[in-house]
Design a protein around this ligand. Structure first.
Ligand code: ADP
Ligand code: MG
Length: 364
C-alpha cells in the first residue's frame, strides 16, 4: 500500500468557512486509518482533499508515496471511493458497473473480465453478476461499490460512512468483511465514521476530530483507555462524568479518596504549560473531571460501599443489565450488573469505584 502524507494542510471554503484548521497527517502504507468525529467536524473534507475533489489552501501539500499530488486532478490520483450513497449506474448490471472504470482505463478485455470475476468472488456477489443495480438490496449495492473501487487497484481507498444506511446486523457483518479484505489486500485505506464502535473495530489507528482539528491520533486501545481530553473521552463512550477534586496525590469525591497512582488514566498536568499533552504529572491541586464507562462503578455490600445511589431504570441487555442510578453526581450514572442480580427500580444501592477504569482530567 501507498503511504499518504498531508502536510500543513488547511481548508477554507469560498464562503469563508474554515472547515479544517492547520494539520499534518500521515497514513502508513497498508494501514487502515479511521477518521472519527461528530457531524460537521471536517471528515469528508479531508477525504475530498485526498481524492482531489477539493484542494488545500496555499501552503498545504499532499503526497502519495514520493508523488506530489497537491495540484493533481482526481483522474491522475488513482483513488478508490465508496460513499454512503452508492453512486452506481442503476440500469447497468453488477458486472458492468465493476468493469466500467477498467474500461475507462483501457484495461484490455481479457484482463478486465478476469479482474471483474475475481472482485465479484471476493465480495461474494459472483451470483449477482448479471443483475441490475436497482434489483439489489442496500448491502449488496455496497458490495458492488467496494468491488468497483478495489478493481481499479487504487493507491488509496477512501470510504465515507459506507455502512451508515444499512441495518445494524448487516453493518457488523460487512465491517468484519471489509476489515479482513483490507488486511488481506494490504490496501492503504481511510475510513470515515461517526460510530465509535465501528472505528474501534476497523482502525489500525483512529483520528478523533473536533471542529476541524485533530483532537487525538492513536490505536483503538490508546483512544479508548487513554483519551487526551474530555471531548475524546466523552465521544468514545465514557459517558459517565463526575466532578471531583485533586488534593496532593489523590482524587477526592465527597468522602471518597483514591490515590492517583491507582487511577487507570490521570492527566493532571497542564498540557499547555508543560508542552506535553501526554504528561502524567501527578501533583497539584484543583478541580477534576472524572469520566468512566459502565464498568467504572460496581454495586457492592453496604459495608464495602464508597458511595450510595438509587436505581432509576433497568435495561435488560441479555449478557448484562444496565442500571441508571441517581444520587451519585449532578446527573444520572449508568452501571452494569449481572442480569440475574435481584434488583428493582427504587432500590438504594452501595457502590465502589473501579479506579483502574477511571479517567481523570485535572482542571486549572
Ligand atoms: P463531516 O464530514 O465531518 O460531517 P464536512 O467535512 O462535510 O464534515 O464539513 C466540515 C465543515 O465544512 C462543515 O461546517 C460544513 O458545513 C463545511 N463545508 C463543507 N463543504 C463546504 C462547502 N463546499 N462550502 C462551505 N462550507 C462547507
Ligand atoms: Mg461527512
Amino acid at each position: 500500500g501507498t503511504r499518504i502524507e498531508l502536510a500543513r494542510c488547511t481548508k477554507t471554503f469560498p464562503d469563508g468557512t474554515r472547515a479544517l484548521l492547520p494539520f499534518d497527517l500521515t497514513i502508513n502504507g497498508g494501514e487502515t486509518l479511521v477518521l472519527l468525529g461528530p457531524s460537521g467536524c471536517g471528515k469528508t473534507t479531508i477525504l475530498r482533499l485526498i481524492a482531489g475533489l477539493e484542494f488545500p489552501d496555499a501552503g498545504g501539500k499532499i503526497t502519495f508515496g514520493e508523488d506530489d499530488v497537491t495540484r493533481q486532478s482526481i483522474e491522475k490520483r488513482r483513488v478508490g471511493m465508496v460513499f454512503q450513497s452508492y453512486a452506481l449506474f442503476p440500469n447497468m448490471t453488477v458486472a458492468e458497473n465493476v468493469a466500467y472504470g477498467l474500461k475507462v482505463q483501457k484495461v484490455e478485455r481479457r484482463e478486465r473480465d478476469e479482474r471483474v470475476r475475481a472482485m465479484l468472488e471476493m465480495m461474494h456477489i459472483d451470483m449477482l453478476a448479471d443483475r441490475r443495480i436497482d434489483q439489489l438490496s442496500g448491502g449488496q449495492r455496497q458490495r458492488v461499490a467496494l468491488a468497483r473501487a478495489i478493481a481499479l487497484r487504487p493507491r488509496v481507498l477512501l470510504l465515507d460512512e459506507p455502512l451508515t444506511a444499512l441495518d445494524a446486523k448487516l453493518r457488523v457483518k460487512l465491517r468484519t468483511e471489509i476489515n479482513s479484505l483490507l488486511r488481506k489486500l494490504g490496501i492503504t485505506a481511510i475510513y470515515v465514521t461517526h460510530d465509535q464502535e465501528e472505528a474501534m473495530a476497523l482502525g489500525d489507528r483512529i483520528v478523533v476530530m473536533q471542529k476541524g482539528a485533530i483532537a487525538q491520533i492513536g490505536t483503538p486501545r490508546e483512544i479508548y483507555r487513554a483519551p487526551l481530553s474530555p471531548f475524546v473521552a466523552d465521544f468514545v463512550g465514557a459517558s459517565n462524568r463526575l466532578d471531583g477534586r485533586i488534593e496532593q496525590n489523590s482524587l477526592v469525591l465527597g468522602d471518597v479518596k483514591i490515590s492517583l497512582d491507582q487511577i487507570g488514566h490521570a492527566m493532571t498536568g497542564d498540557p499547555i504549560k508543560n508542552g506535553d499533552s501526554n504528561s502524567n504529572s501527578r501533583s497539584g491541586q484543583g478541580l477534576a473531571d472524572i469520566y468512566f464507562r459502565a464498568d467504572g462503578l460496581a454495586i457492592c455490600a453496604p459495608d464495602q460501599g464508597q458511595i450510595r445511589g438509587r436505581v432509576e431504570a433497568i435495561s435488560y441487555l441479555g449478557e448484562k443489565s444496565r442500571l441508571t442510578v441517581s444520587g451519585i453526581g449532578e446527573s444520572v450514572i449508568t452501571l452494569d450488573v449481572d442480569p440475574d442480580f435481584q434488583i428493582a427500580i427504587g432500590d438504594d444501592i452501595h457502590c465502589r469505584f473501579n479506579p483502574e477504569r477511571l479517567t481523570v482530567f485535572g482542571r486549572y
